[in-house]
Design a protein around this ligand. Structure first.
Ligand code: G3I
Length: 318
């Protein structure tokens, strides 16, 4: 049958995966599936601050360029991830005073977004990532402590200046359904747009777990954002389970994948779905949640799981 990307293209959506530089360089099976099945790529770590600007004004493009080149060869779009985040940001940034931190942020955005601004492969950016805490208050990060919430609008304006044609996203987790945090995100996006801040996309990460249930009212939630005039997208989908896998857990996971794809298909302004990797061989989940895993659509040996079939059939309209 046809790969995921053929069905997604027929529906006018992207189907993407996050890619990691090491297996991309070293494993043929990883490369082949990444090239064949997906039409959109997000670098899992290679465009983060610690990778691109480990020391002030010393930029390292090796990982980022490798992934952009792979995507270009395979006729895929790149979603840049991420310009401003509280994690994977070097200590030298975190230790700056307010004025120097703002200058460093603007310079980082100018350099990183500017590098790919004329490259048609790179079409969008996560400008800020995870600005809320789990309760929907502003996260008390070093950005917030030093600059208040002004860093958010500032980052979007800097990204717009660096790459005027890119789609500029704000991205977070636990905002897939309607809840206090997604409502805080909704209010922030509405307020930023009222101030003409160039945010034109909202990313819903979608790190879900079969243990905690499927979020409520996902389609209604992404639709209310779309109604603000922004594009919406699922950016980091994975659906973890208590390991080991069982047939029942695989089936439940497959229904979650199906329901996310269907929510995107049901909303005109939903651009597509990115899965946070594709093989259980490479996933952040077991390192962070030691008794959980098996969150992706291929197993450790690159065999397709029931969740692959679920994504495939949903995209195919089955
Ligand atoms: O690069 C170092 C390497 O030099 C070192 O030898 C090695 C030893 O542990 O660590 C390497 O860094 C790791 C890095 O991934 C690159 O592989 C870090 O330890 C590890 O913590 C880091 O994890 C990443 C995580 O973000 C960090 O917060 C995951 O791969 C990545 O999947 C995950 O992705 C995030 C999104 O960016 C934002 N949303 C949540 C999502 C899941 O946490």
């Amino acid at each position: 049958d046809q790969p995921l990307r053929a069905h997604a293209e027929a529906r006018g959506k992207f189907i993407g995966t996050a890619l990691s530089t090491s297996p991309l360089a070293n494993e043929t099976a990883y490369r082949n599936i990444a090239a064949t099945e997906f039409n959109q790529i997000t670098p899992e770590n290679a465009m983060k601050w610690d990778a691109t600007e480990p020391n002030q004004n010393q930029f390292n493009w090796s990982g980022a360029d490798a992934i952009v080149n792979f995507a270009t060869q395979n006729n895929q779009q790149i979603h840049g991830h991420t310009l401003v985040w509280h994690s994977q940001t070097p200590a030298w940034v975190q230790n700056l005073g307010a004025d120097a931190m703002r200058t460093a942020m603007r310079n980082h955005i100018a350099q990183v977004a500017g590098r790919y601004a004329s490259n048609p492969t790179l079409v969008s950016w996560d400008v800020v990532n995870e600005v809320f805490d789990d309760n929907g208050n502003m996260r008390n990060s070093f950005w917030y402590q030093r600059l208040g919430d002004t860093y958010i609008a500032d980052a979007f304006r800097a990204a717009k200046a660096a790459d005027p044609d890119a789609r500029l996203c704000i991205n977070d987790y636990n905002v897939e359904g309607i809840n206090a945090k997604s409502t805080a995100m909704y209010n922030l996006v509405r307020s930023l747009r009222a101030q003409n801040v160039p945010v034109d996309c909202v990313g819903f990460q979608g790190h879900l777990s079969t243990q905690y249930g499927f979020p409520s009212q996902v389609q209604q939630n992404v639709q209310r954002f779309a109604d603000l005039g922004v594009q919406v997208r699922f950016t980091e989908i994975d659906i973890r389970m208590l390991t080991p896998r069982t047939a029942a857990k695989d089936t439940q996971q497959a229904t979650y994948y199906r329901d996310i794809v269907n929510a995107c298909l049901a909303v005109t302004q939903c651009a597509g779905i990115t899965i946070w990797g594709f093989t259980d061989k490479y996933s952040w989940v077991p390192e962070t949640f030691p008794s959980e895993g098996a969150a992706l659509i291929y197993d450790e040996n690159y065999a397709q799981k029931p969740s692959y079939t679920a994504v495939h059939n949903a995209l195919a309209g089955g």
